[in-house]
Structure formats: structure tokens, C-alpha cells
Design a protein around this ligand. Structure first.
Ligand SMILES: Nc1ncnc2c1ncn2[C@@H]1O[C@H](COP(=O)(O)OP(=O)(O)OP(=O)(O)O)[C@@H](O)[C@H]1O
Ligand SMILES: [Mg+2]
Length: 224
């Protein structure tokens, strides 16, 4: 059965149960939103689903298109088609964005040569009205918070995941960049990607018109 299905997931960190019995699903080409106050467990759930070592899944299962991926290591989950954009994106010093994207392209089974991939990036720069020099920048301290979110959206565009978990990809992003990120989400949705999206902003939700909205409070999820 197609879809990302989370069934009764419980997550613990620092000896505390943060997410309790969470169940939700994300269908291909659909958007599921997860909203809730600060500290309610949104990032904990998303990070735990991809196997962040600070979080321990203590119960429940996660199915991707019918396959139980609960026990997969992070790289296997990514290869199965799961993508996570973190709320706080770590800086990676000494790595150019273009190199990172090319590695992602190859890891996802892409067959472009470096030259062909360079052309792809040129087209992307044109399509999204970006300066080509953006791709030549270091992923360390050089990127501002908003630029880092844009670089995540570009990675997602290159990887074309089956299901993308986006943790506040809109926060700290200016209006022009936000429109570009929305275009990337809409494009991928049109290609079949399903989204689980965390945001604090109703306006962002409105522009995406999610198919389902879940609310989380004190680690407990309910459907809105
Ligand atoms: N590594 C950790 N160790 C202990 N407690 C943690 C850890 N990470 C998060 N928590 C706690 O879990 C709760 C939920 O945090 P989480 O980051 O998931 O919230 P959130 O819903 O994403 O909030 P925000 O909207 O502010 O991003 C908070 O009380 C936080 O202090
Ligand atoms: Mg968070």
C-alpha cells in the first residue's frame, strides 16, 4: 500500500517520553501538515523517524509503501526514499554546495557526468532566478539561516524523495525565497512526492493547502 504510515510511535530523549503513541499518514502527492506549540515534540518526531541518535524510538512502527522501515539505519531509510530537512541545519565546512548536490545526485542513482550536472545547476539557477555563484559557496559558516533552508530545498529537488519531512523549512526565509521553496514543493508534489510538513505559520499552510492537518500537544497527536 502506497504511503508513509506512522503507527503508534513513541520517542524518548534524555530519559523522558517526548512523543506518545503518534500515528499519522502521508500519501504520495499529498501534503500532511503537523502543527503545534513550541516544545510539543514536532522536531523530536521527525528527527527520530530518520534515526537521529539523540532520540530513541521506544514503540510503534513506520511503513514506507508497505515496507516496515522502522529498524533501517538512516542511510537505508534515505535510499528507500525518505528525506528530512532539519529545523536547525548544521553547517558543513569545506564542502561546496555544488559538490554536495552532485554527491546526492549520484547516491540517488543519478547518472549525469560532472559537466552535465553543472548544466543542470545552470538551468536550476535560471529557473529559480538564483545567482549561479550560490552553488559554488561553502556549506559552512558562509550560508545565512535562510540560504541554508534554500539549499535544503535544492537538495530535495535533486534527490526527488518519495516522502519528504520538512521541519520549519519556511522559518527565517524571506518572501522571495519562500516563493521559490513553495514552487519546489509544488513541483515535487506534482511528481508524486508526499510531504509531512511542520510550520508555525498559517499563511504558509494556506499557500500549500495541505490535504490533512495534525496537531501535536505535549507529544500527543490529534487530527484537526
Ligand atoms: N535531546 C533532547 N534531550 C532531552 N530533551 C529534549 C531533547 N530534544 C528535545 N527535548 C525536549 O523535548 C520537547 C520537544 O522538543 P521539540 O524540539 O521536539 O519541540 P518542537 O515541537 O519541535 O518545538 P519548536 O516549535 O520550538 O521547534 C522539549 O521540551 C525539549 O526540551
Ligand atoms: Mg521544532
Amino acid at each position: 500500500m502506497k504511503g508513509l504510515r506512522i503507527e503508534g510511535i513513541a520517542v524518548e530523549s534524555g530519559g523522558k517520553e517526548i512523543v506518545k503513541n503518534a500515528s499519522l499518514s502521508v500519501l504520495p502527492a499529498h501534503i500532511t501538515a503537523l502543527v503545534g506549540p513550541n516544545g510539543s515534540g514536532k522536531s523530536t518526531l521527525l528527527s527520530a523517524l530518520l534515526g537521529h541518535p539523540a532520540y530513541k524510538i521506544t514503540g510503534g512502527s513506520c511503513f514506507l509503501d508497505g515496507e516496515d522501515i522502522s529498524s533501517f539505519p538512516t542511510h537505508k531509510k534515505a535510499r528507500a526514499g525518505l528525506f528530512l530537512s532539519l529545523q536547525h541545519i548544521p553547517a558543513i565546512s569545506g564542502v561546496k554546495l555544488s559538490h554536495f548536490l552532485y554527491k546526492a545526485h549520484k547516491a540517488a542513482g543519478g547518472e549525469s557526468s560532472p559537466q552535465e550536472f553543472g548544466e543542470t545547476l545552470k538551468h536550476l539557477a535560471q529557473e529559480y532566478a538564483m545567482d549561479e555563484s550560490f552553488f559554488n559557496r561553502d556549506m559552512g559558516g558562509e550560508f545565512s539561516g535562510g540560504e541554508r533552508k534554500m539549499s535544503e530545498a535544492l537538495q530535495m529537488l535533486i534527490l526527488k524523495p518519495k516522502y519528504a519531512l520538512l521541519d520549519e523549512i519556511d522559518s527565517g526565509v524571506d518572501a522571495v525565497s519562500l516563493s521559490k521553496i513553495l514552487r519546489i514543493i509544488s513541483f515535487l508534489r506534482g511528481q508524486g512526492t508526499g510531504f509531512l510538513l511542520v510550520t508555525h505559520y498559517e499563511n504558509f499552510l494556506k499557500r500549500l493547502s495541505p490535504d490533512h492537518i495534525y496537531e501535536i500537544s505535549h507529544g500527543i497527536i490529534t487530527q484537526r
